[in-house]
Design a protein around this ligand. Structure first.
Ligand SMILES: [Zn+2]
Length: 461
């Protein structure tokens, strides 16, 4: 039997089995596994048990593993000598508040007809139960048709993704030998905006910082002291204002060390996506892009570092009016990072910049609000080209390598703790309302997602 006909049988089995696959997903969605609320702890465990039983029924050696928080589900295919991949997903969901904005009970999922096609409506339908079940169903079809998978697998399912993943890093460390694989497959991302299949190959990092500037030992009257005494709010805004120049570049010394320009191939890929910055901004009531001159819109959100002021407080902001020089001023700021920028060096450069702007008898206090470096996957790994070709075949259009402006910490954890790159592949749509009332997953995402994984498994094998 040729590889192509082996795959063809698996795809046909997935198509025939779609109603049953939907029934299984609905059963999974009916378990209210809200991880952040302790009242649902037993339901979170029930979801872990449900998933574990599914994997055992597919012939995996699967177990529910306790952590100080919610459990992990770990499964292995029987040992072989081929390079395995690790698949990661999460079985916990976000809370449903505000409940009165749901058009149907969030844990009584249903397939609905909408003008855009059929959707699966319910909490977790997209994030991440629907997505992770696309992979489980692909595995099921391979097993059903051929009795075995084209590649060995490790599966890891987390129950704390929506509540900060406190147990994940320790668990990865303690079980590194068991979990380490050639590549990680992470199914928690989406199709590109226009429905094109995509593999996310780079994620920006983050560095968060809070500063408190203090001057006089009390609030001062601006008539008695204004002009002579230092005003911490003025010092603060001066210091922050000079971090970016008129062209949108950050002025901190060494800030751009490690920032890499796009390769010609990636630039061509991104240009072909036809991103329209003004159209993108129109969804939030804006139409004029700002940012660095000479950079494309996608470069700015995916491949360029940023500095943003997230909040400033100080002085009198209540009813009426008060002429005060406040005793202190506070700000929270963040940097998005790319390439190999070092968050620690950037934090140090930021602090030096603020200190240099400080008059002699003022003080400054800094608070570290965490940092993570950017991730960039090695797309020269043949697994990327194989998965890209498989996705392109399934969706009938060229899959794209894309970036993400935000951080997906698990990808950095896999790299740092297990030394493996991640392929971030998912089938969510921008309008899935994840974390919001009336979450949905397109039926087409579920069906074609499973078919996509069936093809990717074949390509990896
Ligand atoms: Zn989420």
């Amino acid at each position: 039997m040729t590889d192509q006909s082996r795959l063809g049988e698996v795809l046909a089995t997935l198509d025939e089995g779609l109603p049953d696959a939907l029934d299984r997903l609905m059963e999974f969605l009916r378990i209210p596994s809200v991880s952040t609320d302790p009242a649902y702890a037993a339901e979170v465990r029930r979801a872990a048990d449900w998933l574990c039983a599914e994997l055992v029924s597919l012939g995996f050696q699967a177990s529910v593993r306790d952590t100080p928080g919610h459990p992990m589900v770990v499964a292995h295919s029987p040992k072989g000598d081929r390079r395995p991949a690790l698949f990661y997903g999460h079985y916990d969901v976000q809370p449903v508040d505000p409940l009165d904005l749901w058009q149907r009970p969030p844990f009584e999922p249903q397939v609905e007809d909408t003008p855009q096609g059929k959707v699966i409506r319910g909490r977790g339908a997209s994030d991440d139960k629907g997505q992770l079940m696309t992979f489980v169903e692909a595995v099921r079809a391979w097993k059903a048709v051929h009795g075995a998978l084209p590649t060995d697998l490790v599966l890891l399912f987390e129950g704390e993704e929506e509540s900060g993943s406190p147990s994940l890093r320790p668990f990865l460390r303690e079980n590194a030998d068991e979990l380490r694989a050639g590549i990680a497959l992470i199914c928690d991302t989406g199709l590109y905006a226009d429905g094109r299949p995509a593999i996310t190959t780079q994620l920006r990092g983050l560095c968060g910082e809070e500063i408190v500037i203090r001057a006089a030992d009390r609030d001062l009257h601006s008539g008695s002291f204004g002009g002579l005494a230092a005003n911490p709010l003025q010092i603060l805004v001066n210091a922050l204002a000079t971090i970016k120049d008129a062209s949108g570049r950050v002025t901190l010394p060494g800030f751009y060390d490690g920032v890499e320009d796009l390769s010609p191939e990636l630039r061509a890929d991104w240009d072909a996506l036809g991103f329209d910055p003004a159209g993108f901004l129109s969804h939030v009531g804006l139409k004029h892009p700002v940012g660095e001159t000479g950079r494309t819109g996608l470069e700015m959100v995916w491949n360029r570092p940023t500095f943003e002021i997230n909040g400033i407080t100080g002085g009198y902001t209540g009813e009426g009016f008060k002429t005060v020089l406040p005793a202190e001023a506070r700000a929270k700021v963040s940097f998005r990072l790319t390439g190999t920028q070092d968050p620690a060096r950037i934090r140090a450069a930021f602090r030096a910049h603020v200190r240099a702007a400080l008059p002699a008898d003022c003080t400054v206090e800094f608070h570290d609000h965490g940092a993570s470096p950017a991730s960039r996957m090695d797309v020269a790994d043949p697994a990327f080209a194989a998965a890209k070709a498989a996705l392109s075949q399934e969706w009938g259009r060229e899959a794209a390598y894309i970036g993400a402006g935000g951080s997906i910490p698990i990808a950095g954890d896999f790299k740092e703790i297990l030394g493996m790159d991640s392929m971030l592949i998912g089938f969510a749509r921008d309008d899935d309302r994840i974390h919001s009332p009336n979450e949905k997953y397109d039926l087409a995402s579920f069906a074609k997602g499973a078919r996509s994984w069936a093809r990717i498994l074949a390509a990896l094998g």
